[in-house]
Design a protein around this ligand. Sequence first.
Ligand code: PGA
Ligand code: ZN
Length: 399
Amino acid sequence: MINLIKASKDLDCRKKETIRVDVIFNSNHVFAIAPNGTSRGKKEVIDYSTKGIDYSVNLLNKIGKEIIDKNIKIEKFEDIKDVEEIIRKYDNTKDYRIIGGNAVYALEAALIKAYAKINNMEVWDFVKEKINIPTPIGNCIGGGKHVGYADFQEFLIIPKTKKFFEAFFIMRHTYEKAKEELEKRKKFKGINIENALIANLSNEEILDFLVEIKDKIKEMFNSTINIGIDVAASSFYVDRVYEYKNPIKRLTTSKQLKFIEELIDKYKLFYVEDPFYEEDFESFKELNKKSCLIVGDDLTATNPEIIEKAARMGCINGVIIKPNQVGSLLVMKKAIDVAKKYKITPIISHRSGETEDDFIADLAVGFGVPYIKAGIVGKEREIKLKRIVNIEKTLQKLL
Ligand code: PGA
Ligand code: ZN
């Protein structure tokens, strides 16, 4: 039924090379393009072959041919195991160092899309377990290493409304209002690779500013938003201290814990991602006594065993799921299942180096994941958000 599985190189939003897989079948065609991370966690699988991206592409084409020759069929999501069996013949390493996790992800995503279409189904319907329209989490103001103003990597907004379309609307208007106000105050410094706003403000000044914007949005639309942060603390953890640049301060682990606790209280933070170095499970555990979503990203790297460890220790109550942190869609699904088993909230997420692929939107809906973190503005971000708007409209028609 499948005529061709073709891997090639494409570009992500940072103009960096990534892997694309096209699948041609019955005069139809689908593709998937892997995203790339900028602040990749130490526990992620390797993104491309240690021999280079071209090696990954060639190997994928070889595997693609074998999938067609062996007439592998995917009738349901779990059947992707037959594809993984073939991949494992070529790369049996734990971290996919021979083929690359991004290659595995692009191949599996493209095949799921193809078989959904062959079966005349939407992707979310084809993979479905328990349908749920997620709530979006959007990166409104960006900081961190690459931006150079605030130390925290992301200042997030989370609309409280239940309908996705309304949440999308509120998120967009909050972003535009924040941009307008920053410009008025001469604090606007452009946008980053995720199209988040860059502000010439410190961490706390940004949080004060977002509280102000939140009040304005409440007045304008009678709608509430929650505020969150992705600290990405590993990126400024140097020689066992957290090295802040704006303002300059060096915090020991216990001081970092106190600082984050104070921020949660002062700003009523709803969501805190990676507040500590990616190996510091103990501090996560302490912070997790707070009533706030305490989320692992670099800490857990979508790895089911690490999520299980963090869950058993009581370190987190939320976890980022980025499929290409593990490559395999089956492992990613297991990560979601482990999270659900321990009542940890899974949050499916984009990467900073995104592409115009909307696959994660369907995964979020089909696997009943309560939140999706996919940015706010820009074609790579909007394609995912608008996909969920469309699914929501389809479901409303069906119900
Ligand atoms: P990324 O990080 O650059 O690795 O995609 C984004 C995040 O930390 O959530
Ligand atoms: Zn993160």
